[in-house]
Design a protein around this ligand. Sequence first.
Ligand SMILES: Cc1cc2nc3c(=O)[nH]c(=O)nc-3n(C[C@H](O)[C@H](O)[C@H](O)COP(=O)(O)O)c2cc1C
Length: 207
Amino acid sequence: MDRRSFISEEERIPDHSHILLITTGSVASIKAPLIVSELLQYANVKVEVVSTTKSLSFFKAADVIEAGSRVWTDEDEWSDDYKIGDPILHIELRRWADLVLVAPCSANTLSKIAHGTCDNLVTSLLRALAPTTPTYIFPAMNTLMYEHPLTAEHVRIIRDIVRYKVVGPIGKGLACGDIGLGAMTEWRDIIRIAVDKLQLIRKSSQV
Ligand SMILES: Cc1cc2nc3c(=O)[nH]c(=O)nc-3n(C[C@H](O)[C@H](O)[C@H](O)COP(=O)(O)O)c2cc1C
């Protein structure tokens, strides 16, 4: 099967905001179609979704496509007939992005970002990202995972050294049954961050 191609130069549209939504293996990935659909209610916005294999257990790529976007995965990155000069997906996606939202960010991917690991499409893309691209991390995990001493250290490195914005998590009843800190920031607040950062205008409010 032919790999799907993505070339930033061809995909970027003048005067548009290009938002990359990254999803990882937390139940909160279930919100991906909703986040895409809401972002696309704003004028001149394009959204692409990049997902880890595990995160695909929590939503259907078809729902993201129906909302008006696409889902990119490790399978799209690799082919057995690579030729010098062929576009490299993680580089093309990072060239394309004006804003990156990692929502949700699992404990595993949080740790990988802090350590500089780049062993899949999501982490290769993040490692190759220009430091000038605004990037927001929205952790989501079980309370004890969040309270594990390593998590605080990973968040510190990501904030102080990698210099991404880390937002949340929030406290509430979690999908696993525990009650406490660890839930992803409410999806509407994630939208609000993107809207404020990119100064987006809702389509229905255009004259
Ligand atoms: C049903 C289910 C729910 C999970 N929810 C979370 C979660 O909310 N946060 C988290 O950090 N890990 C969660 N995990 C574990 C991650 O999916 C696992 O650590 C995985 O390796 C993450 O991979 P990724 O970071 O490449 O997406 C969950 C696992 C299962 C089976």
